[in-house]
Design a protein around this ligand. Structure first.
Ligand SMILES: NC(=O)c1ccc[n+]([C@@H]2O[C@H](COP(=O)([O-])OP(=O)(O)OC[C@H]3O[C@@H](n4cnc5c(N)ncnc54)[C@H](O)[C@@H]3O)[C@@H](O)[C@H]2O)c1
Length: 389
């Protein structure tokens, strides 16, 4: 795998050698010929020791401060720590002139996400979120069906994420950080909300204008974060996304349904059904055609390593086209804002919260993968997504 980087192998540092860093990102980088991971940063000595054993010639550092003090030349850092540190690490890298790829959620507060977008534009460096579900074969197949026009304009979607428990971090550090607000910033909404919300934005081709949400914590004596989340998001044109995410499910599964003007898509993990009505000409009776497709997304493998490189290619395209805070980043800002407003709604007896987009952070275009060919001008001059900075 090799993206056009003018023959230059990009030098990267992975910050956080935990589950996703070591099992998701590093195996994907090892398939590329355009990237060298030259350094690993981790606050946990046992994880650094593992990185030294597993990655040839890698330098190791106990903190990003140590990394930057070393003077090592870097093109980008890949932030794969728990969310509490995403903002400070990413901001430091941008100030040092280093591009940033950052795991979801981009930050735990909307203001921090917007500050990162502004810092990216000011420093002429890209910040790009790991919104990897977009690159799962099942999601790409759904996008293709929408683009084909078979179900017409999408009017409502449901997105359900079922997990029997929270995902565990590596045992050498703090496997239960997802249930501890100090590290996670919240429970399943913070952990999984980004994936759910950017898919809803893509499928409804808009950002929501209001929401109402409810959260539950089934073990308040043990944890200070929610393990069950439901919400209704209202989109322009009275269209809706209904969301349920839970760590208390009896199975591990994602179930998405998309309802359009001329049919529906029903996806459960790898299985996709496209349901369209057919009217009998003489009787006028309606019958239903059901087309079934099976994709191969490896949903049960939480490392999602097979989705990584298509996403990384988009990060490289953003670097090459000077798209410092592009559509993916603006979506990340909206995801964090939606999560924050959902917490506020739940804390306020599910009252509806209006969602406003700060000036300069407006949606720039439709889902990039659905734009007509030729719409992406790779050699265009730098574009500021954030006017005035
Ligand atoms: N996109 C996806 O599909 C996906 C999947 C899993 C995890 N993630 C995200 O990846 C991130 C990490 O999750 P994980 O499951 O790998 O967690 P993990 O606990 O397995 O790994 C975290 C690692 O970060 C290290 N660390 C903690 N604070 C640090 C700091 N300030 N500086 C350097 N290292 C630090 C820990 O020692 C640990 O090794 C989270 O943001 C999570 O949401 C994304």
């Amino acid at each position: 795998m090799n993206h056009s980087t003018n023959g230059h192998r990009l030098k990267g540092a992975l910050v956080g050698y935990g589950f996703i860093g070591s099992r998701g990102h590093i195996p994907a980088y090892s398939k590329r010929r355009d990237v060298d991971i030259v350094a690993v940063v981790d606050g946990c000595a046992a994880r650094l020791e593992l990185a030294s054993q597993q990655i040839h010639n890698v330098r190791t550092y106990a903190s990003v401060q140590d990394l930057f003090r070393s003077g090592l030349h870097l093109d980008f850092i890949d932030v794969a720590t728990p969310p509490s540190d995403h903002f400070s690490i990413s901001l430091e890298a941008l100030r040092r002139g280093v591009h940033v790829l950052c795991e979801k959620p981009l930050t735990t507060a909307a203001g921090d996400a917007e500050a990162l977008a502004e810092a990216a534009v000011q420093s002429h460096r890209v910040v790009f979120p790991c919104h990897n579900y977009r690159f799962a074969p099942t999601i790409r197949a759904i996008d293709d069906i929408i683009s084909s026009g078979r179900i017409g304009r999408v009017r409502s979607v449901t997105l359900a994420t079922f997990r029997p428990t929270h995902a565990k971090g590596v045992p050498e550090w703090n496997p239960d950080w997802r249930r501890q607000r100090r590290w996670s910033g919240g429970g399943i909404a913070m952990d999984h909300g980004s994936h759910t919300f950017y898919l809803a934005f893509d499928w409804l081709d808009a950002w929501p204008t209001s929401l109402t949400a409810k959260m539950l914590n089934s073990e308040p004596e043990r944890w200070d974060t929610e393990d069950d989340f439901s919400a209704t998001l209202i989109f322009p044109g009275e269209r809706t996304a209904h969301v349920h995410m839970t760590w208390t499910a009896g199975a591990r599964s994602v179930i998405y349904t998309l309802h359009g003007e001329r049919g529906a898509i029903i996806a459960r993990d790898d299985d996709i059904e496209v349901v369209t009505p057919r009217t009998n000409g003489t009787s006028g009776d309606v019958s239903w055609d059901v087309d079934r497709t099976v994709t191969s997304s490896s949903w049960m493998d939480a490392s999602h390593t097979e989705w990584f490189n298509a996403m990384f290619d988009r990060f490289l395209t953003a670097i090459e086209s000077h798209d410092y805070a592009g559509e993916d980043m603006l979506d990340a800002c909206r995801c964090v804002a939606v999560i924050g407003e959902a917490y506020a709604s739940s804390a306020d007896a599910c009252h509806e919260r209006r969602l406003t987009t700060p000036s300069g952070f407006e949606r720039r275009s439709s889902h990039p993968d659905r734009r007509p060919a030729g719409d992406i001008a790779l050699d265009a001059p730098p574009v500021s997504a954030v006017p005035g900075v």
